[in-house]
Each structure stands twice: as structure tokens, then as C-alpha cells.
Design a protein around this ligand. Structure first.
Ligand SMILES: Cc1ncc(COP(=O)(O)O)c(C=O)c1O
Length: 376
């Protein structure tokens, strides 16, 4: 049973998220199954998705509507999602996230009953309903599930996907964590499955493996993150972040010559959007950048090394200890700090995101324009 102190802490965190949240919810109408709280909610309306069943959608406070008990997202984890950051009044790399959502859903053979432009407009309406300010940091959790079906696994017996987006403010890691770096563990027993089990490039709703890896590698949550290994023992990624290692090759006289930035190959990990940004920045800085298949936990630690993790929530988080072993001198290194400053600059550049005050036309234009220069 959870102890009182941790329940109080968790409730406090939820209060902060819940009070400001708005959810966009979309699902088909099935008599006796689709929750009445949703069908009768204020603001719910019919969509024109062209599906055989009527589909309703709308934007609501989080405590006013519910999802179906028969949704295969809840019954089987049959779905995929995106986590997207709102910062400086911009939805950072919005188009890239939407494209990955479509790729994940495509791999799972889940049809999204919207065009990217239309779903994006609904998400933007939900952002605007939260009233998030430019000075605040927000987060969008956009989820697509197989939808309502019977109690069996058969996806063919589902009648159309459920789409929902939770938009709220978010509390990220404290500033000190970025200044000082964090320690991570390594989960040894629980491994990151390869693509013969669950393709890591699909951002699916199945995180149970990562949850177990987090418990194991952090010694029951005494640390904040854990590295996960492939079945062969190489580094795959962290439970919700990608991993980078930095080494320096010195020339004669000890003058720094080359900075080498490595990260595990895309087959082992989620092809993180932040990971792609970092590889691009590192190349621009003249660093050697390589995706490697054989990075080991011991490669991350020792003198002269730097290590960091990347993710939409974390941005770039310096790692200064792995399982008690120092990375470099135990402080975030110069390459990590330079990359961190660069991503912070990128997040403030309107070229890299969608304005939270966008109109429907702006949204369409944003989606149809070329990708941000940031991610190749
Ligand atoms: C398993 C995993 N790896 C990596 C990442 C980082 O990806 P991104 O930078 O696209 O957020 C995430 C983010 O949620 C993740 O869940």
C-alpha cells in the first residue's frame, strides 16, 4: 500500500496538472457502451469523419467526461501516443511529433479518423482552452487507441479508434538538475525488447517493460532514470529518454582535437525527436557524430567523458554518475552545456514550432510547410 506521504505528494502534483487541464476527446457512438458522460457533455459535437458509425468529439475539463471501459487502449495497451512540449508560446517541433504519431499508428494499423491538419486544429483549440501563458511550460499528451471493441484481443472487432489529447502545464526537472546533472542506474534483468518483440521505433502505449526497468535500475525509485540494455547487453536507451556519450580525442601536447558524440543506433531505441535535434546541433558544432550498436554502460563513465539523456520532457539532462561511477569529473561537461544552451535557443525560435494562438489557417499552413530546419 502507498504510504500517506507519497499519496500527499502525488495528489499535490495531480492537483497542479488537473486544475489547468483540458482534454480533447473523440470516439464513435456505440449504444450502451460509449459513456453518457461524454455523449451528453457540454460542447460535444458530431464529426464528419466518413466512418460507418457516428463519431463525436469535443474539448472538456478532465473530470467531466470518461473513456469507455471497452476501449482496447485500456484493455490491452493497444495504441500509440506523443508527448509534446509547449514552451515560449510555441508547440516545439509540432509537425515532427504529428508525423511520428501517424507513423506509429500506421505500424500498428490503427486508422486516425482525421487529417493531420484537422486533428492539429483540435489540439490547438484544446491548448487555447487551457489559457496557457507564454511564460508557462505546457505539455500535450496525444493518444490514439484501437478504440472500442468487445472483450477479446481481435482488433477487427473494434469499431474505430479513440483519439484524445490531454493539455496542461507541466513541472519539469528542477533547474539545479540541469546545472549539477543527475545520477542514473542501469536495469540488468529487464531489457529493452528488439523489433521482433516490439519495434522500439513505435511510440506505443506499452511501457510496462520500461516501468519494470525503472524500478529495477533506480533501486525502487531512489534515482530518477535508468538505462535499459538490449538483449545482448548493449545500451538501448533510458526508460523515457535517449542516451548520448561524449568523448574527446587529444592530439599531441594534450590539446583537445576532436569531440566524438555517440548514441545507440535507431534499431535499439525510439528515434527521439530531441535525439535528432542533438545530432544536428552536434554536427553543426563540428563534432563527430555516430550511431553505434555496441555502447556499454562502462563506456559512459571515467575521466574526460560526458554523458546526457534527451527527451521532450527532459530536453537535455546531464548525467554525472552511472550506478555510482563518475562521468568525467562529476559535473556537466562543456559539450553537454553547449548543446543544452543550443536547444534552449531553438525552443525560443518561432521557426521551430507552432504558435499556441494559431488560427485554423495558421495551423494548416504550418503543417503544409517544410519541416523545421532543425531536424533533417
Ligand atoms: C522510450 C523513449 N525513448 C526516448 C524518448 C525521447 O523521445 P523524444 O525526444 O521524441 O521525446 C522517449 C520520449 O518519450 C521515450 O519514451
Amino acid at each position: 500500500m502507498a504510504d500517506k506521504k507519497s499519496v500527499v505528494t502525488a495528489l499535490k502534483a495531480m492537483e497542479g496538472v488537473g486544475a489547468r487541464a483540458r482534454v480533447f476527446v473523440s470516439m464513435p457512438v456505440v449504444d450502451g457502451i460509449t459513456p453518457k458522460s461524454f455523449l451528453n457533455a457540454r460542447g460535444v459535437e458530431k464529426t464528419r469523419s466518413g466512418e460507418p458509425l457516428t463519431r463525436m468529439h469535443g474539448i472538456f475539463p478532465p473530470d467531466s467526461v470518461g473513456l469507455s471501459f471497452f476501449d482496447h487502449g485500456g484493455l490491452y495497451g493497444d495504441g500509440c501516443f506523443e508527448g509534446i512540449l509547449i514552451k515560449n508560446g510555441l508547440v516545439f517541433l509540432y509537425k515532427e511529433h504529428m508525423e511520428r504519431l501517424w507513423r506509429s499508428a500506421g505500424s500498428l494499423r490503427i486508422e486516425i479518423p482525421y487529417t493531420i491538419e484537422e486533428l492539429s486544429w483540435q489540439v490547438v483549440r484544446a491548448i487555447q482552452a487551457t489559457g496557457i501563458k507564454k511564460s508557462e511550460t505546457g505539455y500535450i499528451r496525444l493518444i490514439v487507441t484501437r478504440g472500442i471493441g468487445d472483450l477479446g484481443l481481435n482488433p477487427r472487432k473494434c469499431v474505430g479508434s479513440t483519439v484524445y489529447a490531454i493539455v496542461s502545464t507541466i513541472k519539469l526537472y528542477p533547474r539545479e538538475a540541469y546545472d549539477m546533472g543527475i545520477e542514473v542506474g542501469v536495469s540488468r534483468k529487464i531489457r529493452r525488447p528488439g523489433n521482433s518483440i516490439l519495434d522500439p521505433r513505435i511510440k506505443s502505449d506499452n511501457y510496462l517493460n520500461n516501468v519494470l526497468g525503472l524500478f529495477e535500475g533506480t533501486n525502487n525509485m531512489r534515482l530518477l532514470e535508468s538505462i535499459m540494455l538490449t538483449d545482448r547487453g548493449f545500451i538501448a536507451e533510458a526508460t523515457v529518454d535517449n542516451i548520448f556519450s561524449v568523448t574527446r580525442e587529444y592530439g599531441r601536447g594534450g590539446k583537445s582535437q576532436k569531440v566524438r558524440v555517440v548514441t545507440p543506433v535507431g534499431e535499439y531505441c525510439l528515434e527521439g525527436i530531441t535525439r535528432a535535434c542533438i545530432m544536428e546541433f552536434a554536427k553543426r558544432f563540428g563534432y563527430d557524430v555516430e550511431e553505434v550498436p555496441d555502447l556499454m554502460p562502462l563506456d559512459l563513465v571515467g575521466p574526460g567523458k560526458e554523458c546526457f539523456m534527451t527527451g521532450t520532457g527532459a530536453g537535455i539532462m546531464p548525467i554525472v554518475k552511472v550506478c555510482g561511477n563518475l562521468v568525467g569529473d562529476g559535473k556537466p561537461g562543456p559539450a553537454t552545456r553547449k548543446l543544452l544552451a543550443e536547444i534552449e535557443r531553438a525552443m525560443a525560435d518561432p521557426a521551430n514550432g507552432l504558435d499556441v494562438n494559431a488560427t485554423r489557417q495558421d495551423v494548416v499552413k504550418h503543417i503544409r510547410q517544410k519541416k523545421a530546419r532543425l531536424v533533417k
